[in-house]
Design a protein around this ligand. Structure first.
Ligand code: NAP
Length: 277
């Protein structure tokens, strides 16, 4: 008798638009693994029961997306230092007793994407300007600090939210006013949009980059569209640009390895499969 197929999935509410099933499905086929990765719609008030049910059904683990990232961390029996530092979890693994180990791979995915797409990029080459102070920004700030950024300028429409994030991450993070973000691009090595501006259906992020050195790298977490208005502006100014799809692909790899036992590759084929889905 052959072993039961391995199971994993992604929980969210809603979950219909998630690209994760296409992404993991590609890797399962590519590595010939007998397994399934399924989207599961989990209402906010059913998280705990749903995790218990998935563990009981034999799932190895799951990704958690909006609105479960913070609550999943709170429910976990154990969490990685990274997840605790970011204050949210996106990768959950069920232990033999059904309890949850929570990790956050967004900071890893953010850095792995930049390192693959812009091999010459060095976090420590100069200050970073981060736009936005939501959940994704926490992962980006953690990643940039870990990668050696010594000065991080943080601008958010709601200043109080940026101040809260700066207080959490310490002296390397300095809050700048949203209205002064363009000036704050002076001398930076890295500029990151972590706001939802520029996403299909949202207004564009209109940030003139005249103050940014031509050696700076601009990257956007938004990947629908792939070339956001912000990345188009940055490219027109002559900056190197990296789109946000690679972060989504890379953040998925540690979970796939934990649940299906293979360290998967992030390459052009995967990118094409996810774009076609
Ligand atoms: P979030 O927690 O809701 O934060 C949204 C951020 O966008 C906040 O900083 C918010 O500012 C800002 N914002 C929204 N509308 C704005 C406007 N009209 N003007 C100025 N700022 C505005 O969302 P999140 O989870 O951080 O996600 C942010 C984006 O990153 C989304 O587009 C998401 O799809 C993308 N993302 C991509 C990846 C990837 O793998 N590539 C991973 C995670 C997230 P306020 O605080 O002032 O509201």
């Amino acid at each position: 008798m052959s072993a039961a197929p391995r199971l994993a999935g992604v929980i969210g509410w809603p979950i219909g638009h998630s690209r994760s099933p296409a992404l993991h499905g590609h890797w399962l086929r590519r590595y010939g693994i007998a397994g399934h990765y399924v989207p599961v719609a989990v209402a906010p008030d059913r998280l705990e029961d749903s995790l218990r049910a998935l563990a009981l059904l034999g799932f190895r683990g799951c990704n958690a997306t909006i609105p479960h990232k913070e609550a999943a961390l709170a429910l976990a029996a154990e969490a990685s230092a990274t997840a605790r530092r970011i204050g949210a979890a996106n990768t959950l693994t069920f232990r033999p007793d059904g309890s949850v180990f929570a990790d956050n791979t967004d900071a890893y995915g953010f850095l792995a994407n930049l390192r693959q797409a812009a091999p010459g990029w060095r976090a420590g080459a100069g200050p970073a300007l981060v736009l936005g102070a939501g959940g994704a920004a926490r992962a980006v700030v953690a990643g940039l600090i870990d990668a050696g950024v010594s000065e991080l300028r943080l601008a958010n429409r709601t200043r109080a939210r940026a101040e809260e994030l700066a207080a959490h991450f310490g002296a390397a993070v300095a809050v700048v006013d949203w209205a002064r973000a363009e000036d704050a691009a002076e001398g930076v090595a890295t500029i990151v949009n972590t706001t939802s501006l520029g996403m299909a259906g949202q207004p564009p992020l209109e940030l003139r980059l005249n103050a940014a050195p031509e050696t700076a790298l601009a990257t956007d977490l938004v990947y629908q569209p792939l070339v956001t208005p912000f990345l188009a502006l940055a490219a027109a100014r002559g900056l190197a640009t990296v789109d946000g799809l690679g972060m989504l692909l890379h953040q998925a790899a540690p979970g796939f390895e934990a649940w299906f036992g293979v360290a998967p590759e992030v390459d052009g084929e995967l990118r094409a499969a996810v774009l076609a889905a």
